[in-house]
Design a binder for this molecule. Structure first.
Ligand code: PSV
Ligand code: MN
Ligand code: MN
Length: 391
């Protein structure tokens, strides 16, 4: 392909990329040691969406907002969806929450008591109703279920309970609705988690059928796990449903994506580009799942979107023909150099130029800071809500 045409193709893909923002990133959050309240933080889901719309306004590629239920409970979900539409965004995935009630001390859908399992399943079905009211088509399931001590419960029985619950929710899906099942190595359970890894999530979603896929949260693996391998494998099986992007130095740190390891993010996006799966027609969701405990939240979300965009641009710049040739010829170092050339390219001028083409400011962070939005909401809002936990 000629250089100008290749450049146009890269720009076209980047223009159509979509990143989904988590409503909870805009609320106060913290660790179990302290939540630092920030001035101007949203007081309700409507204000969280207003803040998310700022990220879309300056990046142009983040028009979706995930909700977390019950953190984002409102009386009228149709009104919330209309509010979002008026601000140029829409509701994305609905995240269920079966981890914050006292009833869930021993788990939710895997709990030994059928009454607690019933309560959890009914919550998941409520989420399906919220999806219908908001226009969302995906239910994201993450279960905090697990046990802390060997012998505490029967691991195999818990898997059966999990399967039964998933079957019931799957059978309740209507229309375009689908399930996204997220795994996590540990926390809050410390000995055994019921959906600890991609293999468990994959097996359950395979059994369920085509409307169930796996979520890869980049902070949910053992150290040194090759996440891009998991991504490549799941895509090849048609089972990659979505990402929860964030970065981590130690465990599930939920820091800004691309902050801890930009090279890992590039390697992941390289697999996405190879599968031609950057744009929404791939059916794969690219969500952020982050908490900004000490840094300004809207700005951190803008930075995160830009980090994903930069990694994607670099992956799109890989000289695929040259790489294929080097691979065929067994040119180990040549192939690696081709990949690294793309990674080491400064794509910021290209992206600044693309933003101007899209009618945006070339520097989204600076434009947001200049806008005075934060100062305005600090004046207007008092008593911002916590993101949902740790308050
Ligand atoms: C669990 O650690 C998780 O990654 C799930 O996606 C939850 O829904 C989310 O965090 C809450 O931040
Ligand atoms: Mn997550
Ligand atoms: Mn997490």
């Amino acid at each position: 392909m000629s250089a100008p045409r290749a450049d146009q193709r890269v720009r076209e893909t980047l223009r159509n990329q979509r990143i989904e923002l988590p409503s909870w990133a805009f609320g106060n959050s913290g660790t179990r040691f302290k939540v630092f309240a920030q001035p101007g933080v949203p007081r309700d889901p409507f204000e969280k969406i207003a803040d998310a719309a700022q990220v879309q306004r300056y990046t142009g590629i983040a028009p979706l907002v995930s909700l977390h239920i019950p953190w984002d409970t409102v009386e009228d979900y149709g009104k919330l969806a209309e509010h979002a539409a008026a601000l140029g965004v829409s509701i994305g995935v609905i995240n269920s929450n079966t981890f914050q009630d006292d009833d869930y001390r021993l788990g939710s859908v895997c709990h030994p008591d059928p009454a607690v399992r019933r309560k959890a399943i009914e919550h998941l079905k409520d989420c399906l109703r919220i999806m219908a009211a908001t226009g969302s088509d995906a239910l994201k399931l993450w279960f905090a279920d697990g046990i802390n001590y060997p012998g505490q419960d029967d691991l195999t029985d818990r898997q059966r309970r999990l399967a039964d619950a998933l079957d019931e929710v799957y059978d309740a899906l209507t229309g375009e609705q689908r399930i996204l099942l997220e795994y996590k190595l540990f926390e809050p359970a410390f000995y055994a988690t019921d959906v600890p890894d991609w293999g468990t999530a994959y097996a359950h979603t395979l059994r369920l059928g085509p409307k169930a896929k796996v979520v890869v949260d980049t902070g949910h693996h053992a150290p040194h796990t090759n996440i891009e391998f998991i991504v490549a494998f799941l895509i090849a099986q048609g089972k990659l449903g979505a990402f929860d992007f964030n970065s981590r130095f130690y465990a599930d740190d939920d820091l800004m994506v691309g902050a801890a390891d930009p090279f890992q993010l590039f390697r992941i996006m390289n697999e996405i580009v190879l599968a031609d799966a950057v744009t929404p027609d791939s059916g794969i969701g690219f969500m952020l799942d982050q908490c900004h405990n000490i840094e300004p939240k809207i700005q951190a979300q803008i930075r995160s979107v830009l980090n994903v965009q930069e990694a994607t641009a670099k992956a799109l710049l890989v000289d695929r023909d040259a790489l294929a040739l080097a691979q065929r010829e067994g040119d180990v170092l040549g192939a690696n150099a081709i990949l690294m050339d793309a990674y080491n390219t400064d794509v910021r001028p290209l992206l600044a130029d693309l933003r101007v083409e899209m009618g945006l400011d070339p520097d989204p962070v600076a434009a947001y800071r200049r806008s005075g939005y934060l100062e305005k909401v600090i004046d207007e809002r008092t008593g911002g809500v916590a993101a949902g936990w740790g308050a």
